[in-house]
Design a protein around this ligand. Structure first.
Ligand SMILES: [Zn+2]
Length: 466
């Protein structure tokens, strides 16, 4: 039975989807105004693990993951460059999906863009105006927090001492509001200003929070199962999504809320000003593999802070290499006939431990430990030549199943056959004899690319799969 921490109830709950066998989930995606950083990707990789594990458990998934392609930063940057917001965001959207794919994440079923859902936002805002939960002030539309007594139920922030104009500034909007906590649903935009959209309540552009309410309910219905996102979105973003959605429909918005904790760099919050800010591309440029970055990001359970260090990333690099080599060694092992009953029980125990860990609030660290235990045990059996023919498929199937969730073993590349390798080595020897060193180096490099390591010994050239 899958159990996980629901931010809404502040307790670990059994998971029961609204509709048997189906899960509808929404995860807040990136604002496409620059390259996403590894803290963003930590949340998104968790979203990938979440969807893959729910599939592993047999659920059919509808996963919605939005792109915020209009906000103040985008508008300002586009204006500075003298281009439209669509022209400005297009390359960042492309870079984002390139990074997303490189990190081995499965594409969600629906990936809506905010600017393509303005009519849906206008409809919700109109409902809120009609039922008294929103008001106009100086041409903009605000949500009236006092009209929603449950406000604060997600973040558990006590607002009782917080009066309009009080010392604690919640919102830095410069417009006139009834209450300091009220937030903008629709921001006034002048006749000749861009971007702007016409609405019955005046030309404007949406606030950030209304975007997610509109896109989630359009594709998942007024009530859906899981809403997830980074811890930094819990307040005010998710609190405001609840106020807007439940204020408009009178129904529960999302049943379960999951928040991913922060990623820190060497125990310090990542920030550009501190010079410890990394995008996925920064790490790739330093030579780290996407697979190792993925491994590191998923290795710590999502509700714990992840302390990113380069030592940790280097260790992840070695780990994914070890896993890849392990799968290859099992695939290629010379197995005697029969079956070794110890392997059967190792595989069964690893499967049970893996699932128990993931069912326990997505404890990815314990689930990885189950995989590493299996690897260690099977390596011992292989060293004793006690991996037998019928065991091989058992082990490879177990890896395939674990990897349907984690995606850390890497794609299996087609292998060079021994005969091909030996023919290439022979050609290299001939090139060397005829002092064609350029050709001989070229062949060595081609083999190295395929992971074949050559050693020149006094008995001739030896090779091994590296
Ligand atoms: Zn959102």
């Amino acid at each position: 039975m899958l159990r996980f921490f629901n931010t809404l109830s502040r307790s670990v709950e059994e998971f029961h989807p609204l509709e048997a066998g189906k899960v509808r989930m929404y995860i807040c995606g990136p604002t496409v105004w620059n390259f996403a950083h590894i803290g963003n990707f930590r949340t998104f990789v968790f979203g990938d693990i979440l969807r893959r594990y729910l599939k592993y458990k047999g659920y059919a998934i509808t996963h919605v993951f939005n792109l915020t392609d209009v906000d103040d930063r985008i508008i300002n940057e586009a204006a500075r460059k003298g281009i439209t917001i669509d022209e400005f965001t297009a390359p960042y959207i492309q870079y984002f999906w390139e990074d997303f794919d490189a990190l081995g994440m499965e594409r969600p079923e629906v990936t809506p863009r905010a600017t393509h859902h303005i009519p849906e936002m206008i409809e919700i805002i109109q409902k809120l105006i009609d039922n008294g939960k929103a008001y106009e002030s100086e041409g903009s539309i605000y949500y009236r927090i006092t009209s929603f007594p449950e406000y604060g139920k997600l973040s558990k922030i006590n607002f009782s001492g917080n009066i309009a104009g009080g010392s604690e500034r919640i919102d830095t909007d410069k417009y006139e509001k009834e209450d300091a906590r009220d937030f903008a649903l629709w921001k006034l935009v002048g006749e000749n200003e861009e971007p702007g959209w016409d609405a019955p309540f005046g030309r404007g552009r949406p606030g950030w929070h209304i975007e997610c309410s509109a896109m989630s309910m359009k594709y998942l219905g007024e009530t859906f199962d899981i809403h997830a996102g980074g811890q930094d979105l819990q307040f005010p973003h998710h609190e405001n999504e609840i106020a807007q959605s439940e204020g408009a429909t009178g129904k529960l918005f999302a049943k379960y809320w999951i928040h991913s904790e922060f990623l820190k760099i060497d125990d310090v919050t990542m920030s550009k000003s501190k010079g410890n800010f990394f995008t996925f591309r920064d790490l790739r440029e330093q030579g780290y593999s996407a697979l190792a970055i993925r491994y590191l990001l998923l290795s710590v359970p999502t509700r714990k802070q992840l302390n990113f260090t380069f030592e940790g990333l280097q260790a992840a690099e070695s780990t994914v290499e070890r896993l890849r080599n392990f799968r290859q060694a099992v695939s290629e092992a010379r197995c005697g006939p029969g079956t070794n009953p110890f392997i059967d029980s190792s595989v069964a125990r690893a499967g049970a431990d893996f699932e128990a860990a993931m069912d326990d609030d997505f404890n990815t660290a314990a689930a990885l430990a189950a995989i590493h235990n299996l690897v260690r045990e099977i390596n011992t059996h292989m060293a004793d030549e006690m991996l037998l023919e019928r065991d091989r498929a058992l082990v490879l199937n177990a890896i395939k199943k674990f990897d349907s969730v984690f995606g850390i073993f890497g794609e299996q590349e087609p292998q060079l056959l021994d005969a091909d390798i030996e023919a290439m080595i022979e050609e290299r020897q001939q090139a060397r004899r005829s002092r064609n060193f350029a050709r001989s180096d070229e062949i060595r490099d081609q083999l190295a690319e395929k992971g074949i390591v050559l050693e020149d010994t006094k008995d001739g050239v030896r090779w091994r799969r590296g």
